[in-house]
Design a protein around this ligand. Structure first.
Ligand SMILES: NC(=O)c1ccc[n+]([C@@H]2O[C@H](COP(=O)([O-])OP(=O)(O)OC[C@H]3O[C@@H](n4cnc5c(N)ncnc54)[C@H](O)[C@@H]3O)[C@@H](O)[C@H]2O)c1
Length: 401
């Protein structure tokens, strides 16, 4: 992004540092996060360390006056999230939590339709995802629920952030459950939940990460894109059951500098505009009083009293390739807007805490077999995306008499 200069990075792992230095020779490279926090040329830091470290690293960065983007989940406990909210206020810096698939243009444009009321009020949202999440290589901390391991912590933020974005932010309650279905993985690989908003709309979310079926296989342009194919999944599963996989080495392959370096892969395969694909969020279906909206390859399909029409959203994508499908650029734009242009931040620490509250409630609800009421929810202001170029979206959605 021309607005942003990558000036430094830190990682404990020498291989990561080497790979990073090779890609970004202009950047300084540090062995520890503490050195990075002390670098006076750094204004904002992206924290993508393991989940259990998000709180400590974010607070330490903010104490040094740095703005922070913290990866999802924002933290592992509500107490940690509280301390992060407080630190952001105390040190007067922006913390953005919510680098999730809610930020894709498909979801943001869908929300514009909900806010416009052109197909009536929002009534229900449904998101179901089937992936190979549990089969992917994992480090030991990712297999420990106490350290934020498991599919609810890791994938719940994508679906819950999306539901909250579309429905205005303030959930009333959650009834859900998490499932740990195999001996070979000591963390949940499945969850489902029914969520209700304070003002009435409802939502269901589901993610089955056991890899028997991939949702992408039913969308012709997305055929298992960025996922392992059926045969590879079967081999990965067998390898886990027999304890034969070298997961740390496999994981290293997918890191910067590794054999399947994501930056190299992005350079080779990512062209803009990029199509919608379901990984890992799943298709989002938004039902309103007088219609329904769901994602399409290049935008959205809107169904209303006149039938259905496709909205092409390619004009909303930025030209820079983004291996995440636009999410990373979206959150960086929000950070740039808040820090440099003085615009409001929306995916604040309080926003991230509200999503964490809901995903913790999914697990609690399953354990206690009851509905959990939420108390820390915050709204997404209508001004979010007010300057998004939605002319084409608006003109395509029929205005009812
Ligand atoms: N938003 C998304 O779509 C998305 C996708 C993948 C991962 N994530 C998030 O990113 C985070 C990392 O996940 P990952 O799969 O990349 O894990 P990873 O293990 O590959 O990366 C973590 C890195 O942090 C480094 N590290 C650990 N402790 C450190 C310390 N004290 N100081 C400096 N560096 C340290 C490790 O050496 C490693 O390179 C998680 O929070 C995960 O949820 C988000």
């Amino acid at each position: 992004m021309p607005e942003i200069e990558l000036v430094a990075g830190a990682d404990l792992n020498p291989a990561m540092r080497e790979g990073f230095a090779a890609h970004f020779p202009q950047a300084r490279v540090y062995e520890t996060a503490a050195e990075l926090f002390r670098d006076s040329n750094v204004e904002a830091i992206w924290i993508a360390t393991p989940n259990r470290m998000h709180c400590e690293h974010a607070i330490e960065a903010m104490r040094h006056g740095k703005h922070v983007v913290v990866e999802k989940p924002m933290a592992v406990t509500l107490d940690e999230a509280d301390r992060m909210v407080e630190a952001s206020e105390k040190y007067g810096v922006t913390l953005l939590a919510g680098h999730t698939r809610s930020l894709s243009i498909w979801n943001r444009a869908m929300r514009r339709i909900a806010v416009s009321g052109k197909i009536g009020g929002l009534r229900a949202i449904h998101i179901w995802s089937y992936t190979d999440w549990i089969l992917r290589p994992r480090t030991p901390d990712e297999l420990d629920p106490a350290q934020g391991g498991g599919i609810v912590f890791r994938q719940g933020p994508h679906q819950i952030d999306t539901v909250r974005l579309l429905g205005g932010g303030k959930l009333r309650s959650v009834r859900g459950t998490a499932g740990r279905w195999t001996e070979s993985r000591p963390v949940p690989g499945y969850f489902t939940a029914y969520l209700e908003f304070e003002d009435g709309p409802v939502a269901t979310v589901m993610h089955n990460g056991y890899g028997y079926f991939a949702m992408s296989s039913i969308f012709p342009w997305a055929h298992e894109e960025r996922e392992h194919d059926e045969q590879e999944r079967a081999e990965m599963r067998r390898g886990l059951e027999l304890g034969q996989r070298k997961e740390l080495a496999e994981k290293e392959d997918f890191r910067v500098g590794g054999r399947r370096d994501p930056i190299v892969a992005a350079k080779n395969t990512q062209a803009t505009p990029y199509p919608w694909i379901p990984v890992d969020l799943g298709p989002v279906e938004m039902a309103c009083e007088r219609g329904l909206v769901r994602p399409a390859q290049w935008g959205l399909t809107v169904y209303d009293d006149d039938g259905h029409r496709e909205l092409d959203l390619r004009h909303l994508q930025r030209p820079e390739p983004d291996p995440s499908g636009g999410l990373t650029i979206a959150i960086l734009e929000e950070m740039y807007g808040a820090v440099v242009l003085g615009k409001p931040a929306f995916h604040t620490a309080a926003w991230g805490r509200a999503t964490l509250e809901a995903l913790l409630a999914v697990m609690q609800s399953g354990r206690e077999r009851r509905e959990i009421e939420l108390t820390r929810q915050v709204a997404m202001p209508d001004e979010y995306d007010a300057d998004m170029r939605v002319d084409e979206v608006d003109s395509h959605v029929a205005v009812r008499p």
